[in-house]
Design a protein around this ligand. Structure first.
Ligand code: ATP
Length: 684
């Protein structure tokens, strides 16, 4: 892969009519990114593409970034294309002169709408009038128009725009990527982090006219390998940190074009009210003892891990409130009751803030926690505060911003102290997560706390490091030391691993999840992987989730029992995706002997057995496994399925049967009945 050659090639695709970069330029980048699984090459491809725009047509960079990340706006903007599959099919038929039968044949053969468009465009009769080339800006504007058209007649408007786009594509590849963009499945493996890394590196080498370089590109070429890696890493950390605090390319890209990659970016494009930051995440641990080993010599806070919905509450000086979900969607309209609480919880001296907590359905009188299912009964939009049937309580656990000042760099102990001293509890509506401060010496108290959490139906506990400075320790295993071979990236991750600062979008060891599900069921099942879906985000290039089935020895069919996306390593995902590559003999068309009502993206030729752990077995309206054995209308499914290993020693004839699954279900029900009657005895 020769980056310089590629840059030259890109320029040959440049159509500079009116200074606008052509969509062909972007398509070329997509084709190259799609042709490789190497992350480095994908990044290089994007870097060169971005550089070409920075230097040649900076005004196309922002729309190009949206298109390359397969989105049109940040998640909290609520703009959606709102195109059904039928709009695309209709347009494909009309523009490429296909009839329904012809289209169906192509779909059956390729499965992917973009690949169908590619074939159809290739076969299209030669047209005399060559369309004007599509431009990056123009395509993005068309998508915006589709998203913005609302109300009567909007479907027709959207349809017209889609047809126009297909009509104007100049080659089959352009058609493929326009359609993949429209169905929002670009499949080029350029996930969010890839784009941020590419932006950071591109701005190290290129700058728009008038801007300053932080490090001159000539100097970069003189750096030693590890110095260059350090420079890349610093730039990437800045861009990633900015995006984690302020996830909106509409602000990030113009700012980069103006000042390049400098620390200033974090000030200009950092934490801001009414823009959700990406939440800090917890790492999973097997059980309490693993957690205690990991956090040796540290003070930590154990908190109930409530089973509800994460909420980020923003309030400005004027009292305007926004509430965001874990995935940064705006949900202010879902919780008008929380919005109404804000003036009461905001204690004296609090003018503006961003706090975080878990919204849980509760019984208003007793305050008893209700299962997550109860919360799902609440509508997503336009909830009428006068007619609320599902009562909720916000259990707050963090404070990230207060009175105009970001608190991310403060320790958890300090943030928690501010939260609990400046805000006001309202029984059963706004309170703090239940917590216990401990060290690894307090294992019994921690176990009791864990039990008290699971007793009230919490999912387990979250364990968080309280202070930044580690206590001196004689245990050499306690703190990861910086091995001299560590890369700059590893070093930086390690430095942060046990800090108690709030690290947006990071999954570090300073927040650990201990769930009851992983410590309960000791039974495992041997299941057959039968199908997969295209992964999302980081997993876009892999099959994830994967559908698994049990064997029905009576009928010979395989009955789907669960989808799994947990327990796999990246390496495993890679191998699995290569094994079941589209077009290979391991991939088949929908087999009649697999029972499953849904439509996975790919069907595997059943041939192996995987051992799976799970939390428990549930009755399911969707999965047909063991249907008729425990219920006539419902099958059985697994909660929290987790891949353990491939059973090399088993053929699919030896996979778990539907009878065995039903047997485990009965065993589980008996156990549950015994536990609850024992509990009744104690009450008596
Ligand atoms: P993740 O959010 O870590 O990607 P996930 O979506 O699978 O993983 P879980 O493993 O169930 O979620 O755990 C994390 C979630 O637990 C948080 O996103 C938050 O919604 C919830 N939660 C409940 N109680 C707490 C708490 N005390 N502190 C932090 N998060 C909590």
């Amino acid at each position: 892969f020769d980056a310089a050659e590629y840059a030259k090639e890109l320029r040959s695709h440049w159509t500079s009519e009116g200074g606008d970069a052509s969509y062909a330029l972007l398509t070329r980048a997509f084709v190259l990114a799609n042709a490789t699984t190497s992350r480095i090459k994908i990044v290089d491809t994007l870097v060169n593409f971005i550089r070409a725009l920075i230097e040649g047509d900076p005004s196309s960079l922002l729309p190009a970034v949206w298109l390359a990340t397969n989105s049109i706006s940040p998640p909290y903007d609520e703009l959606e294309l709102g195109l059904g599959g039928s709009a695309i099919s209709k347009a494909l038929k009309k523009i490429y002169g296909l009839d329904s039968q012809g289209l169906k044949i192509l779909y059956d053969k390729h499965g992917d709408a973009g690949d169908v468009a590619f074939e159809a465009k290739k076969r299209q009769a030669f047209t005399l009038v060559k369309p004007k080339p599509l431009k990056i800006k123009g395509v993005y504007q068309s998508l915006m128009k589709i998203a913005m058209s609302k109300g009567t007649g909007s479907q027709e408007t959207k349809q017209r725009i889609v047809e126009r786009l297909l009509q104007d594509t100049r080659g089959a590849e352009e058609s493929r990527y326009i359609v993949r963009t429209l169905v929002q499945n670009l499949r080029i493996g350029a996930v969010k982090t890839t784009m941020l890394i590419a932006l950071a590196r591109a701005f190290l080498y290129s700058k728009p006219a008038g801007a300053e370089f932080a490090v001159r590109p000539q100097e970069l070429t003189r750096l030693k390998k590890d110095e260059l890696a350090e420079t890349y890493n610093n730039a990437e950390e800045i861009v990633k940190a900015s995006y984690a605090r302020h996830p909106n390319y509409n602000d990030l890209v113009p700012c980069l074009l103006e000042i390049g990659v400098t620390e200033e970016l974090l000030v200009r494009c950092g934490l801001a009210l009414h823009i959700p930051l990406r939440p800090m995440l917890g790492s999973i641990t097997r059980d309490l003892s693993e957690m205690l080993t990991k956090l040796q010599a540290r003070d930590f806070s154990c908190e109930f891990k409530y089973d509800g919905q994460r909420a980020q509450v923003h309030c400005d000086e004027q009292g305007k409130v926004s509430i965001f979900s874990r995935h940064l969607e705006l949900m202010t309209e879902k919780y008008p009751d929380l919005v109404a609480l804000v003036p009461q919880i905001r204690g004296e001296g609090v003018s503006s803030f961003i706090l975080e907590g878990e919204v849980v359905a509760v019984d208003q009188q007793s305050g008893d926690l209700q299962p997550f299912q109860v919360l799902t009964n609440r509508a997503k939009k336009n909830v009428d505060i006068g007619a609320i049937t599902v009562n909720v309580c916000l259990f707050s656990f963090d404070l990230m911003y207060l009175n105009g000042e970001p608190l991310l760099d403060r320790s958890l102990r300090e943030r928690r102290e501010l939260l609990r001293s400046l805000f006001v509890e309202i029984p059963n509506r706004f309170t703090w997560v239940k917590s216990l401060d401990a060290t690894s010496a307090d294992s019994e108290a921690v176990l009791d706390f864990f039990k008290s959490a699971t007793d009230v139906k919490c999912e387990g506990i979250m364990v968080k490091v309280l202070d930044n400075a580690a206590k001196p320790t004689n245990d050499t295993n306690a703190e990861p030391t910086e091995a001299h071979e560590a890369t700059p990236k590893q070093k930086s991750t390690r430095r942060k691993a046990l800090l108690s600062t709030y690290e947006p979008d990071k999954r570090l060891e300073s927040w650990l999840k201990v769930k009851k599900d992983y410590s309960t069921s000791s039974d495992t099942l041997d299941l057959i992987p039968v199908a997969g879906w295209h992964g999302q985000g980081r997993k876009a290039k892999w099959w994830s989730p994967i559908l698994l089935a049990v064997r029905n020895p009576e009928t010979g069919s395989l009955e789907a029992v669960t989808k799994c996306m947990s327990g796999f390593t990246d390496k495993f995902y890679q191998t699995n995706t290569a094994k079941y590559a589209e077009g290979s003999t391991n991939v088949i068309s929908r087999p009649s002997y697999i029972e499953y009502p849904g439509s996975p993206d790919v069907w595997f030729h059943p041939q192996e057995v995987w051992e799976m752990a799970f939390a428990d077995i549930t009755l399911s309206p969707t999965y047909p496994a063991a249907m008729g054995l425990v219920s006539d209308e419902r099958g059985l499914s697994l909660r929290f399925p987790r891949f353990l290993r491939v059973r090399e020693d088993k053929s699919i004839e030896e996979a778990s049967s539907s009878d065995y699954l039903a047997l485990l279900w009965r065993k589980q029900m008996e156990k549950k009945a015994a536990v609850s009657s024992h509990a009744d005895d104690e009450v008596d």
